[in-house]
Write a new protein. Structure first.
Length: 478
């Protein structure tokens, strides 16, 4: 069981079910046909998983779903606070609904997620967006039925943003966006307090789900035919530190890998300071665990890493990469995150990031220009470099990574991979997109009936960020 973590009781969940039933009655009395809800999600996969629970609860209340915001009787924006650009998009999209709300006063507009857990954002919504009916934070998603009922039947706007270390709510309904690949949160929150990051302030402290609950949900997903299951956490390598008895992330992976069925396990995100030889060895030895390691290094300069409070050095990061390559060889695929233009970073220090990029030879990078977040230590640091200069640095880094990606892709010409076919491709009308064990994308021509299955695909033409291939009838894996 978890130590010092509040778990939502069955009695509390029954109370929410009662509110859900009340909303069903309200909807039946107000509308002659099924009302539609539109859930708009910004940010990371954890937000996507939260939205799937939100939609599960809404479906239980009687809502149908639409992507057209102006056809909905309920619009919920599930927001992200990691970068300013995401916040600006939310403000713009919410503002665009003002006239729709004035013309349709029965419509409920709600905001939730990480942005809303910040008091200055909630204050701005309260003052500048009076047509927003409901605002709730990351720690009360399970109370959506109660909060929505109050917003629908009361005369006052509802703001519910408790400042807690977070909770764990099991047993919430879920409406998944995909019927063959699934997100499976194994923990919530973060204890790392990187100096640029707002996540620990809005998501609370780390708290791990019980192994039995994870295993039960995992088994249910496999039995329902899900083929790719991605384990989620802000830092999955910290999983189990708050459990008694202690269970490591590596041990959890081995237990899930041992389940019967044809599936693939992915996970994200790993933090370098907690990445261990045990985890890398587990990836190498477990046949159903993908050999894709997303390991953000953020900067290649030790002074900047220290200012970021990342807890590792360039040298220790490279040692992890060397260990991973020694254990998994050519099967390993590495991706990473990089912040360009951290406060006080010089061009020479930025070049250390470029050189580290050259050394690790990642198949892909997620790169961002530093975005100050209110309340974080980095937001108070001197930041003399202009945005224009940072943008120039970014273009330089992207050019290097584009060359590396093309070189990495070229190495796979003629190889055959077992791939999960996850959707339509972009190379042509009849192309499908598939993902290798190492997270490489191969597009090939095929019928849509193949979506959601594993297929063996031979690479016929390497491109810069994607591979072109064709199906092989005989079973042959790399």
């Amino acid at each position: 069981m978890a130590v010092n973590v509040k778990r939502i009781s069955e009695e509390e969940l029954r109370e929410q079910q009662a509110f859900s039933d009340k909303i069903s009655a309200v909807l039946s009395s107000r509308y002659t046909k099924q009302p539609l809800a539109c859930v708009v999600t910004y940010g990371c996969q954890q937000n996507v998983a939260d939205s799937e629970h939100i939609k599960g609860m809404l479906a239980a209340m009687g809502y149908g779903f639409t992507e057209d915001r102006k056809a909905a009787k309920l619009v919920i924006f599930n927001t992200c606070a990691v970068r300013e650009h995401a916040e600006d998009r939310v403000f713009g999209n919410v503002g665009a609904l003002k006239k729709y709300k004035l013309a349709n006063p029965d419509v409920v507009i709600a905001l939730c997620g990480c942005m809303m857990q910040q008091q200055h954002i909630a204050d701005k919504i309260k003052a500048s967006f009076p047509f927003v009916d409901l605002v709730f934070g990351t720690h009360v998603v399970h109370r959506l039925p109660e909060l929505l009922y109050k917003a629908m039947t009361g005369r006052r706007r509802v703001f519910e943003l408790p400042d807690t270390d977070g909770v764990i709510a099991e047993g919430l309904p879920v409406k998944r966006d995909n019927d063959r690949k699934a997100w499976l949160p194994i923990m919530y929150g973060c204890n790392n307090f990187c100096s640029y990051c707002v996540v620990p302030y809005v998501r609370g402290r780390e708290r791990s789900r019980a192994v039995k609950d994870i295993e039960a949900e995992f088994q249910q997903l496999v039995s329902e035919g899900y083929k790719e299951i991605t384990l989620l956490g802000q830092n999955v390598n910290s999983y189990g530190k708050d459990l008694e008895p202690r269970v490591t992330f590596s041990q959890l992976l081995r237990r899930l890998n041992a389940q019967e069925g044809d599936f693939r396990i992915r996970f994200m995100t790993s933090h370098p300071k907690d990445c261990t030889h045990e985890l890398l060895e587990t990836m190498a030895q477990c046949d159903k665990v993908a050999t894709h390691l997303h390991l953000p290094f953020q900067s290649g300069n030790n002074r900047i890493l220290k200012l970021m409070n990342r807890g590792y050095t360039r040298e220790s990061y490279l040692a992890l990469i060397d260990d991973a390559k020694a254990l998994m060889g050519d099967a390993l695929s590495i991706t990473s995150d990089i912040i360009v233009g951290f406060p006080g970073e010089t061009y020479e220090e930025f070049l250390d990031t470029v050189s580290l990029t050259e050394e690790i030879k990642a198949t892909g990078l997620f790169t961002f220009i530093y975005s100050p977040r209110v309340g974080t230590p980095a937001a108070a640091m001197d930041d003399p470099v202009s945005y224009e200069d940072k943008s120039r640095w970014m273009r330089e880094l992207l050019a290097v990574q584009e060359r590396i990606s093309a070189e990495q892709m070229a190495q796979h010409a003629g190889k055959t991979f077992k791939c999960f076919v996850y959707g339509k491709g972009k190379l042509g009308e009849h192309y499908l997109a598939a993902r290798t064990d190492g997270n490489l994308i191969i597009e090939f021509e095929g019928g849509e009936r193949l979506i959601g299955t594993f297929q063996n695909i031979k690479v016929t033409e390497p491109l810069t960020y994607v591979l072109k291939g064709e199906m092989e009838p005989a079973r042959k894996e790399v």
